[in-house]
Design a protein around this ligand. Structure first.
Ligand code: FES
Ligand code: FES
Length: 177
C-alpha cells in the first residue's frame, strides 16, 4: 500500500475500496477507523457511531457480504474490499424489501440502530432466505436498540423473507403459465 506524507508531516496510506459499487481511493492515517472513513471522507453518514467498542452494532456495514462492526476495523485493513452501507441497499431510488418491511411493521423508532439492523438482516437473508425466528434473533444479536424491543424488528425481517419466498412462487407460476 502506497504511503505519502501530507503537508503537516503526517504519514498517510492510500486506501482503495469499493463502496456501494463505486471505487474510492483516499489517504488515511494509520489509526483511521473504517467508520470514520465512510462517514467523514465519503459522507456516508447512514452508518452510525454508537459505542465505538464493537458492542452496539450501529456501525455495521457489509464487508465482502459479511456484517462487520466498522468501528473495529482500521481503514487500512479495508484496502481492496467491497463494502455495502445502508446507502447502497436502496436500488434505483427504491427502498429494498427489508427497508419497506421495517416501515410496514413499525420496526423503526429513532432509527439509530436501523441501518445496522437492516444490513445484518440482508446478510442473513442472502445466506439463508428462509430463516426461523431464532435464526433472525441470532443474526441481529449484535445490533442493540435503545428505543424498543425486538419484536417488530423480527417480524419485519421474517415478513421480508416471506415476501421473497412468495415472489419466488409467483415467478414459478408465471413461468409455468
Ligand atoms: S459503534 Fe461500532 S459497535 Fe458500536
Ligand atoms: S430505533 Fe432507536 S435505537 Fe433502535
Amino acid at each position: 500500500m502506497q504511503a505519502i506524507v501530507d503537508r503537516t508531516g503526517v504519514k498517510r496510506y492510500l486506501v482503495t475500496l469499493k463502496v456501494n459499487g463505486t471505487v474510492h481511493t483516499r489517504p488515511v492515517k494509520a489509526n483511521t477507523l473504517l467508520v470514520d472513513l465512510l462517514r467523514e471522507d465519503l459522507d456516508l453518514t447512514g452508518t452510525k457511531k454508537g459505542c465505538e467498542l464493537g458492542d452496539c452494532g450501529a456501525c455495521t456495514v457489509l464487508v465482502d457480504g459479511e456484517p462487520v462492526n466498522s468501528c473495529l476495523v482500521l481503514a487500512v485493513e479495508a484496502d481492496g474490499v467491497e463494502i455495502t452501507t445502508i446507502e447502497g441497499v436502496t436500488q434505483d431510488g427504491r427502498l429494498d424489501r427489508v427497508q419497506e418491511a421495517f416501515i410496514n411493521h413499525a420496526a423503526v423508532q429513532c432509527g439509530y440502530c436501523t441501518p445496522g439492523m437492516i444490513l445484518s438482516a440482508k446478510a442473513l437473508l442472502a445466506r439463508n432466505p428462509h430463516p426461523t425466528e431464532q435464526e433472525v434473533r441470532e443474526a441481529i444479536a449484535g445490533n442493540l436498540c435503545r428505543c424498543t424491543g425486538y419484536v417488530n424488528v423480527v417480524k419485519a425481517i421474517l415478513a421480508a423473507a416471506n415476501e421473497k419466498a412468495n415472489e419466488g412462487i409467483e415467478e414459478g407460476r408465471a413461468s409455468n403459465e
